[in-house]
Design a binder for this molecule. Structure first.
Ligand code: NDP
Length: 474
């Protein structure tokens, strides 16, 4: 019983997290439902195996860990977590902690924490981002739970986390579901960011006629500027990759139907429930849905041919590419603004006091949406923690102002020539609606009062009022 921590679930993420911990000198007990994966992990570990303890039953696993125990679950999200927790719980002693590091829905995390607390057990809900590579060499880690429970695993988490200028990308963000909520919104922003990148790729490809390799060069150039980010970097690499089998650009032999596991959808659902708009995130989730309906797309494209004509954007290719860069930058800033506003609304609703500057800081390395923009966002929240909108931050306004004019121009031109740009257009509509001093909800309120006597406010008087509808026809 000398292991510092147990890892349960030795899939892609669990195995790599365990190796990362072993490499930092921690002793890690391993268990997996399909027991053959335990010895497989040991065999793959090489010299790290000296810090790993293979346990072939849950009983052996629990016995192998120092008390109070920390048992980290990295199993499929959903029922697998409840099933695994139910198997381990009777073997645990009071004060032991279960840590769910998978992509849980935060409502489940809140429920599980309360259920375990009743049994005298501690719980942490931890969001981990960075994929396989991150898990192995440094992920971004978003923790929710009680400070005294986090304190027990903090040295391990900080040791394995990605470092941004020597600072670990790992933090306790609030109680119970806070970590998993922040991870969910991280993924929501990731959906929007990826979708916008995809839309701009489509315009460069089908609108301006560039080849995937040429577009790869464009993204490579953009990654030197304000768009600098992991997603832009990997976009360049993916686009320049050639399929060894056919010699074609790899992107052209990949089926154009996007998968999803739920975190984008949860972001949209939670945002709607909180009354905090998630226009571009929702558009990105729906776009993946549309992409998956390949049969309908085939039917409709044959019945209504002629979509996606060349763009006449900006007159010449270089100017068009510059306009697209600006549109992508403005779209990206708006998507992040949206994501942080959702977290701010959730923080108020659930009493988490989410430290948004800290969220931005721990996303600067390790995670999938890491980008230089996050540095500016961290400073914005450091300066003004309750800022009304990120686009008002002194560190962001000039960048945004210089780019946002390109958005409606690109979207209008895309629509005119038959290109779908759902996330960019959703961000544009929301932006245009937000910057108009008077909306058309005056009419909506008039209609609501007409048919339902809901009442309306007047610009020249206090209180609720009704229209003189009885004098009207209808
Ligand atoms: P894998 O599919 O590689 O592994 C799934 C693991 O879950 C296996 O260990 C599997 O055990 C176990 N499991 C599944 N069902 C059950 C069950 N009913 N009871 C017990 N164990 C079960 O998944 P990943 O490693 O990719 O993902 C693990 C978690 O991490 C998920 O929540 C995922 O959303 C999250 N995540 C994944 C990322 C990624 O890039 N892959 C990034 C960030 C988070 P068995 O071998 O017996 O089937």
């Amino acid at each position: 019983s000398d292991a510092d921590i147990a890892v349960v679930g030795l899939g892609v993420m669990g195995r790599n997290l365990a190796f990362n911990m072993a490499e930092k000198g921690f002793r890690v007990a391993l268990y997996n439902r399909s027991v053959e994966r335990i010895d497989e992990a040991i065999a793959l570990a090489g010299p790290l195996a000296k810090n790993l303890v293979a346990c072939h039953t849950p009983e052996d696993l629990v016995a192998a860990v120092k008390k109070p125990r920390a048992l980290l679950l990295m199993v499929q999200a959903g029922d697998a977590v409840d099933e695994t927790a139910a198997r381990l719980q009777p073997l645990m002693d009071k004060g032991d902690a279960l840590i769910d590091a998978g992509n849980a829905n935060f409502h489940d995390t809140v429920r599980r924490e309360h259920a375990l607390a009743e049994a005298g057990l501690a719980y942490l809900g931890v969001g981990v981002s960075g994929g396989e590579e991150g898990a192995r060499h440094g992920p971004s880690i978003m923790v929710g739970g009680k400070p005294e429970v986090y304190a027990r695993v903090k040295p391990i988490f900080e040791a394995i986390a990605a470092k941004f200028q020597d600072t670990p990308c790992c933090a306790l963000l609030g109680t119970d579901g806070a970590g998993h909520f922040v991870k969910t919104i991280h993924n929501g922003i990731e959906y929007a960011d990826m979708q916008m990148i995809g839309e701009v790729y489509g315009l460069l490809r089908r609108g301006l006629g560039l080849t995937p390799a040429e577009i790869g060069d464009v993204f490579e150039r953009w990654s030197e500027g304000p768009l600098s980010s992991y997603l832009v970097d990997i976009t360049a690499t993916v686009l320049k990759t050639v399929d060894p089998k056919t010699g074609k650009p790899l992107v052209d032999v990949i089926v154009d139907s996007a998968g999803q596991k739920g975190t984008g959808r949860w972001s949209a659902i939670e945002a709607l429930a909180l009354g905090a708009p998630a226009s571009s995130i929702t558009a990105a989730v729906e776009a993946r849905g549309v992409s998956a309906d390949r049969a309908l797309r085939k039917t409709l494209s044959e019945r209504f041919p002629g979509a996606a004509q060349p763009l006449t954007l900006a007159g010449n290719r270089e100017a068009a590419i510059e306009l697209l860069e600006k549109a992508l930058l403005a779209g990206k800033i708006l998507a992040y603004t949206e994501g942080f506003a959702i977290m701010s609304a959730a923080s108020r609703e659930y009493g988490w006091k989410l430290p948004l500057a800290e969220v931005a800081r721990i996303w600067r390395a390790g995670c999938i949406i890491r980008s230089t923009l996050l540095d500016r966002i961290a400073s914005a929240y450091d300066q003004t923690p309750d800022i009304e909108s990120l686009v008002l931050a002194p560190g962001l306004t000039p960048l945004f102002e210089g780019a946002v004019g390109a958005l409606p121009e690109v979207v209008a031109e895309a629509f005119r020539h038959g290109h779908a740009v759902p996330a960019l257009s959703a961000a544009t509509s929301r932006w245009l609606a937000l910057r108009q001093p008077r909306s058309t909800a005056d009419l909506t309120q008039g209609q609501r009062d007409f048919f339902g006597a809901h009442g309306f406010g007047r610009i020249d008087a206090e209180g609720q009022h009704h229209g003189p509808w009885s004098q009207s026809e209808g």
